[in-house]
Structures are given as structure tokens and as C-alpha cells.
Design a protein around this ligand. Structure first.
Ligand SMILES: Cc1cc2nc3c(=O)[nH]c(=O)nc-3n(C[C@H](O)[C@H](O)[C@H](O)COP(=O)(O)O)c2cc1C
Length: 326
């Protein structure tokens, strides 16, 4: 049994032929909520949490964040909606396609992997009222742990970036949602704002429990033979390993600006990435594009982080949070 399966286990691990390994504690606690590991899934890369149940062990995951839900169904953008880039990156223009909150409550909600890990539902809207209307409906589900407010999607014409770049609008959305729930409330901020602190402080003051840093970056690819863009919407949102240095900087800047847990999102693909994000100040590590290439990534990444900790005499993953020496 992997040592993190019971959070904190075992010396005398079978992988070492019985030799004692240092006890390893992968758990992290954020605002009173304990997660068995910092690993979470990134919104939009893990559906509503049921699709992977037959192939993946959820034990390494501290939680999942579902695909963003809006008040009305959204069809999303015209195809093609996804392309790869050199260096292992992905550009998507899905455009927040989702069934809408009512259909979710009627059909999908019963598929949520309740009891396997913590569950956070992502909410998106074009106005404050749309965010609160979705949240009010989701409050009727007893088994979920909280929400992630997506105020940063680059693939929609309204809302998304325009709301997410405006600290007053971000504060209004967070304050209004905070007033309606006692559950954990994460806020996913845009990487496009030139300065992280004003947005981070606005979200924190308005009552956020955590900040997710960050969403995809606007990007495009061209097929020169066809003289055509690779995506139906011309531009899309860039994710995967090339985003990592940008996300690291955003995590670091947010962790310096506010006293809130930070959920890192951007290019995490192995254990060393996870360790670096923890050092930069993250308490949560969201896995996104890597799940398309390697659905077993959560167990692998946790094993790799554990091995790093063994080599460096670190017994608690949480001790690495914000440990960067500058
Ligand atoms: C296909 C795809 C769909 C996504 N859909 C959403 C979404 O609905 N809501 C959201 O907040 N982020 C969405 N994202 C952004 C991811 O959650 C994540 O922030 C981003 O991909 C960066 O992480 P990564 O480099 O690990 O993929 C999506 C990303 C991809 C690749």
C-alpha cells in the first residue's frame, strides 16, 4: 500500500525490502479543511469526476474541481476546439461548454464521486447575478465541500477575462457568493492582469478562502499550409508544461500579497513541479492537461513528491509550503 494511502503510515515499507523509511505525511490543511494530499484536478480536465472512476484510483487526490457550470447550458465554441503546441502545450477553445446548472442537478449530480475525495464545483457567469444564481442552486447538494469561482476564462466573449481583469467586479462576485455560503470558496484569477496583488487582495477582502493561480493564457497556432488558424475561434487558452513558469510567478506573487491558501494551476506534470509550486507558496496543486496524457498522473506525482521528500529528509509535505529561500 502506498504510504500516503492512510495519510501517514508506515515505516517498514515493502518497496525497500522492509527497511525503515521516514514517515511521510502528504496532508495539507487550508482554512480548517484537511485534504489528504495537495493534489486536486483542474476544472474542465476531469469532467464532473465520474468519467475517470473506472480507470483511476482517487486515493492520491485531495479533491476534485469540476467543469465550470453556468446558469444556462452553453454549447461552447465552433470546432476545432483543441490543438497541441511544440513543447507539450495545449491550446483549447472549448468555451465553457456545459449542460447548465439545472440539467446538472437533474442528471449529473448523482454521478459525483461522493465519498472518494473532496468535491469542489466550479461556477462561471457573465454577471454577479449569474454567479449567485448558480451557487444558490448548488447549495442544495449536501455532499460537496465548496466551490471555485471561475472569473478568468479567456474563451468566452462576455464575462471571463473582462470580469476577471476588473478588481471591483471580482470583489462584487466574491462578496455576493460569500454571503450565500459557508462552504470553502476558491477564486480562480486571470494570468492576464499585469499585477497580481490588487486582484488577489480584492478577492481576499471579499471573503475568498483560497485563490487559484492561474487560468490559461490567450494563445494561437497557425497551419501555414492552409493559411488558417488551428482553432475555430482563432485564439484559445494555452495550458500544459509551457505555462508552468508563468503559473509559478503568479503563485509566488499571490502568496506574497495575501494570507490565503493558493491553489496552483499551470503545467504541473511531475513530482518536482509539485515540490516547486509548494515552495513558491501553493497549498493545493491542480493537475490539468497532464490528465489527458497520463490519467495515472496523480499517483505517480504523489510518489515522486514522496521520493523527493525522502531524499531531502522532509517528513511533512506541508512543511514545504512557502519554503522558497529568496
Ligand atoms: C480542455 C480544457 C478545458 C478547461 N475548462 C476549464 C473550465 O471549464 N473552467 C476553468 O476554470 N478552467 C478550465 N480550464 C483550465 C484548467 O483548469 C487549468 O487552469 C489550465 O489548463 C492550466 O493548467 P494545466 O497547465 O495543468 O492544464 C480548462 C483547460 C483545458 C485544457
Amino acid at each position: 500500500m502506498p504510504r500516503w494511502a492512510g495519510l501517514r503510515c508506515a515505516v517498514g515499507d515493502t518497496r525497500t525490502g522492509g527497511a525503515a523509511l521516514m514517515p511521510f505525511d502528504a496532508s495539507v490543511t487550508m482554512r480548517g479543511l484537511t485534504f489528504r494530499s495537495p493534489l486536486l484536478t483542474g476544472s474542465g480536465t476531469f469532467g464532473y469526476g465520474d468519467e475517470f472512476l473506472s480507470v483511476m484510483d482517487y486515493a492520491p487526490l485531495g479533491g476534485i474541481v469540476t467543469k465550470s457550470l453556468s446558469i444556462r447550458p452553453r454549447e461552447g465554441n465552433p470546432p476545432p476546439r483543441i490543438c497541441e503546441t511544440p513543447g507539450g502545450g495545449v491550446i483549447n477553445s472549448i468555451g465553457l461548454a456545459n449542460p447548465g446548472v439545472e440539467a446538472f442537478l437533474k442528471t449529473k449530480v448523482k454521478s459525483l464521486p461522493v465519498g472518494t475525495t473532496r468535491i469542489f464545483l466550479s461556477i462561471v457567469g457573465d454577471t454577479v447575478e449569474e454567479f449567485t444564481a448558480v451557487l444558490e442552486k448548488l447549495e442544495t447538494i449536501p455532499e460537496i465541500d465548496g466551490y471555485e469561482l471561475n472569473v478568468s476564462c479567456p474563451n468566452v466573449k462576455k464575462g471571463g477575462l473582462s470580469i476577471g481583469g476588473d478588481q471591483v467586479a471580482v470583489a462584487e462576485i466574491v462578496r455576493a457568493c460569500r454571503g450565500l455560503t459557508k462552504r470553502f470558496l476558491a477564486v480562480k484569477l486571470t494570468p492576464h492582469h499585469p499585477s497580481v496583488p490588487p486582484l488577489a487582495e480584492a478577492a481576499a477582502k471579499a471573503g475568498a478562502d483560497a485563490l487559484t493561480m492561474t487560468n490559461t493564457l490567450v494563445a494561437m497556432m497557425i497551419d501555414a499550409e492552409k493559411r488558417r488558424p488551428m482553432l475555430g475561434t482563432v485564439t484559445g487558452g494555452y495550458s500544459g508544461p509551457p505555462l508552468k513558469p508563468v503559473a509559478l510567478a503568479k503563485v509566488w506573487q499571490a502568496s506574497q500579497a495575501v494570507d490565503l491558501p493558493i491553489w496552483a494551476s499551470g503545467g504541473i506534470s511531475d513530482g518536482l513541479d509539485g515540490i516547486e509550486f509548494l515552495m513558491a507558496g501553493a497549498s493545493g496543486l491542480q493537475l490539468g492537461s497532464i490528465l489527458f496524457a497520463d490519467p495515472y498522473a496523480p499517483a505517480r506525482i504523489l510518489r515522486e513528491m514522496e521520493a523527493w521528500c525522502d531524499r531531502h529528509g522532509v517528513a511533512r509535505l506541508a512543511d514545504l509550503i512557502g519554503s522558497l529561500r529568496t
